[in-house]
Design a protein around this ligand. Structure first.
Ligand code: ZN
Length: 434
């Protein structure tokens, strides 16, 4: 293969790659981190059949009836998992208008473009956390099914549909009442019974996991510290679990976060302001934490002046200053890591550019994680947070052949994870620049 010549991102190239699923593929890995957190091994062969890892052997194995992919130059890892993306959107001025000018087909086409950028960046599984719009739900489920079947290039998508929220706290923009009747937020519920209905409805429409807003938004004028009542949160989590769905609670302040942990939420998203009780509850319930630090860095920069240069510079200044305060304080991610909390990787692409997901690795290392620990957040930990630890996040017999490779050692310099040269998902090659 010639460097830069074989870039299997186009649909044409994809049709070439697909028949490979039926045959055996052997990857020669120069250095292999099969299970992040364990010692890398050199000169390994990964034998793949029907999109799954059949076995891993010492040395470079050759089989007459198989295709060999030479990654002997490279550092080979399991494909990455991102717990927080918004595949149908990209934050920019004018977003409120696009809600009424773009339909689900527009969103699906936009999302297809972003999904391609995402897998080409080495992210083979993502959790789409939704927008709260019905047009989004239609688009994301169509895209999820298309990428699952390799009809379009993209990651394996775990979709939440619309986040569950109480009246007035959906985080969607407000419109005149007659416009709201058409584009109003989905999955709104009030009272425990109504929240059970909302969860069941999301699952019926296609949700793979459930996301709910346990606090108001960081972008609100007034910070609402807990949205749902304890009883409502319990109803959301119990119903989701009874339907086999993991639950992600998205919020910032301790009151709402603590209530979500007590209710049994599996993953805490964002959480910049925990308190002592939060850490006690996390330890007791073994809750995962997904902080997404890079989105703050890109949106805001490091200084008050840089607020005006960030990607969200057009937001009202008091809100930007509040977000900058979050960034300037010791991060909850740093404290979480010191306390041994399991961190699951999340980038919030849509706020940052799609395909720029790997920037989060650098922020995790800046916040005290070792390079191996940072890699573990996007593999072993995220897989466990999703209940998919028997399928993805490691390379073992029977696991999905989700594989990424880098020419330089990411354990020495985490920024190397921005330079992916090979990406495979379920045995199908989506990028090969060797
Ligand atoms: Zn987000």
């Amino acid at each position: 293969m010639n460097k830069g010549k074989l870039f299997l991102g186009s649909c044409f190239a994809l049709t070439l790659a697909l028949p490979a699923m039926a045959q055996t593929i052997v990857i020669h890995a120069g250095t292999l981190i099969a299970i992040p957190g364990t010692t890398p091994l050199v000169k390994q062969s990964i034998v793949i059949e029907d999109g799954k890892v059949l076995r891993i052997e010492n040395g470079y194995v050759r089989q007459d009836d198989s295709q060999t992919i030479d990654l002997s130059c490279c550092h080979v890892l399991p494909g990455f998992i991102d717990m927080h993306v918004h595949l149908t959107s990209k934050v920019a001025p004018g977003g409120k208008l696009r809600v009424v000018t773009e339909n689900s087909a527009d969103l699906a086409l936009r999302a297809a473009e972003y999904a391609k950028l995402t897998i080409e960046a080495g992210f083979t599984t993502v959790v789409d956390l939704g927008t709260g719009r019905r047009a989004h739900e239609k688009a994301i489920y169509a895209l999820r099914d298309a990428t699952r079947e390799h009809r379009l290039p993209g990651p394996r998508i775990v979709a939440v549909g619309s986040p569950i929220s109480p009246t007035g706290k959906s985080r969607t923009g407000l419109y005149r009442s007659e416009v709201e009747d058409v584009v109003g937020p989905q999955a709104v519920c009030n009272g425990a019974d109504d929240c059970r209905r909302a969860v069941r409805e999301q699952v019926k429409r296609g949700a793979d996991a459930i996301n709910f807003y346990n606090t108001g938004s960081l972008l609100d004028d007034y910070l609402v510290e807990q949205t749902f009542t304890d009883a409502e949160m319990l109803a959301i989590v119990e119903t989701a679990h009874s339907l086999g769905r993991k639950v992600i609670a998205d919020g910032h302040t301790a009151a709402g976060v603590n209530a979500a942990i007590r209710a049994g939420a599996d993953v805490l998203d964002t959480m910049p302001w925990p308190d002592k009780e939060t850490w006690r509850l996390i330890r007791k319930n073994k809750t995962f934490f997904s902080p997404h630090l890079y989105a703050f860095a890109v949106s805001l920069g490091d200084t008050e002046e840089s607020l005006r240069d960030g990607t969200t510079h057009w937001l009202p200044e008091p809100i930007l200053k509040r977000m900058l305060t979050v960034k300037q304080n010791t991060s909850s991610a740093q404290e979480a890591h010191q306390r041994g909390v399991r961190i699951a990787f999340g980038s919030d692409t849509g706020v940052i550019n799609h395909g720029d997901n790997a920037g989060e690795f650098e922020e995790l290392v800046k916040n005290g994680l070792s390079t191996m620990d940072a890699i573990t957040t996007a593999t072993v930990n995220a897989a466990s947070a999703l209940g998919m630890e028997q399928i993805i996040g490691s390379l073992k017999k029977g696991y999905a052949a989700d594989i990424v490779a880098f020419e330089n050692n990411p354990l020495q310099n985490i920024s190397e994870l921005r330079q992916v040269v090979f990406v495979m998902r379920d045995g199908v090659v989506y990028r090969n620049e060797l």
